[in-house]
Design a binder for this molecule. Structure first.
Ligand SMILES: Cc1ncc(COP(=O)(O)O)c(C=O)c1O
Length: 364
């Protein structure tokens, strides 16, 4: 089977993890800090807190940025965790339509803010393609609201520094992996300290305290990442640029071979995109999307859809969501699907995917 995404693990990763497994610290040891420092250097963010998942990162970032009842402008085109984290903080997601690239439409965001409808912005660099930083900066300067960038897809894109914080995901299908894992990256010392504290039960321990003492000053969690995961992260980070290069080469190849066909890449190749996903659009007429997914799977190829609009999920519908006016998202949902993309996908496999895709589409 050819999956839509997959990790790249080599012997240096295995060695790095084994070394930690043979050491004194499986967790709360030196590798976590080392991983955070490496991420800070790579992304350009002043502060990094590595965590057990990006969902944990979103949760703690939300507790740091949002107040109960805040209306948070966000995208329907993301994984559930982006908007769920707004709910975790007792705030209220407000879903805004997307633009053609699949990213939240920042012009619509500006309109909502001009109408006084929005206390914060949660945007996603969808598929790895950065949101428009100029518009993001305009929003920041004009409206002074908290902004979070969900960069789960965009590891490899430097931290913009425009937002209060950004989050990363190290799930195996992402651009680099720690198994499960995530991080909050920020230039704010205040956010950094809060997230750090919440990662570990809201506990503090200072040198002045007695050896057994600690104080709980906030209601936190156990969202710690382990040392062996961090060692994997350090080792993966060394290869991130080469992973990104392979992703970009494959995308350019997809684009060349799709030229002139009815299967259209979501956006024209951008070297700024970290290409976690390669999304295409097709106007389904004679064959349904379901039929295409089934036929491709029979051929050994797994397609995926990123994403079902979050606001239309049953849980959200129970709270009155789902009927927002989002014509672009509605059309996108009908037309979009993701073709396999990961560094170890060979040109031969890529040609096989495309030949099956054309064969199936042309047989209808
Ligand atoms: C955009 C986005 N945000 C957040 C997450 C949550 O990531 P994690 O699985 O690391 O919790 C994902 C995971 O797929 C994602 O795609």
């Amino acid at each position: 089977m050819i999956p839509y995404g997959k990790q790249s693990i080599d012997s240096s990763d295995i060695e790095a993890v084994s070394e930690v497994l043979n050491s004194d610290f499986l967790t709360t040891g030196p590798k976590v800090k080392e991983f955070e420092e490496a991420l800070s250097k790579y992304t350009g963010a002043k502060y990094v807190v590595a965590l057990s998942s990006a969902t944990a990162a979103l949760h703690l970032a939300s507790l740091s940025l949002l107040k109960k009842g805040d209306k948070v402008l966000t995208t329907p085109n993301s994984f559930l965790a982006t908007s769920n984290s707004i709910l975790y903080a007792g705030a209220e997601p407000v879903f805004v339509d997307i633009e053609e690239s699949g990213n939240i439409d920042l012009d619509l965001v500006i309109k909502e803010l001009e109408n006084g409808n929005g206390d914060a912005l949660y945007g996603v660099h969808f598929s790895g393609n950065p949101m428009n930083f100029e518009k993001l900066r305009e929003i920041r300067n004009r409206f002074q609201i908290p902004i979070l960038e969900d960069s789960a897809h965009a590891i490899g894109v430097p931290f913009s520094g425009i937002s209060d914080a950004s989050i990363l995901s190290f799930h195996p299908v992402k651009n680099m992996t720690t198994g499960e894992g995530g991080a909050v990256i920020t230039n704010s010392e205040e956010i950094y300290k809060k997230v750090l504290q919440l990662r570990n039960h809201g506990m503090v321990k200072t040198p002045e305290m007695k050896p057994w003492e600690y104080e709980m000053v906030d209601l936190g969690f156990n969202y710690r990442i382990t040392d062996f995961q961090s060692a994997l992260g350090i080792s993966q980070l060394l290869k991130l640029d080469s992973f990104l290069e392979k992703r970009r080469t494959l995308v350019q190849r997809y684009e060349e071979k799709l030229a002139g066909s009815e299967v259209r890449p979501l956006y024209k190749f951008r070297k700024e995109s970290a290409y976690h996903l390669f999304v295409v659009r097709y106007h389904f007429r004679n064959i349904s999307k379901e039929e295409l997914f089934i036929r491709m799977r029979e051929a050994g190829i797994i397609l995926q859809l990123h994403y079902i609009p979050i606001n239309k999920q049953p849980y959200y519908r129970n709270f009155g969501y789902g009927d927002e006016v989002t014509p672009n998202m509605d059309r996108y949902y009908k037309e979009a699907f993701s073709l396999p993309l990961y560094p170890q996908l060979s040109f031969g496999e890529q040609d096989f995917i495309l030949s099956k895709l054309f064969e199936i589409l042309e047989s209808f």
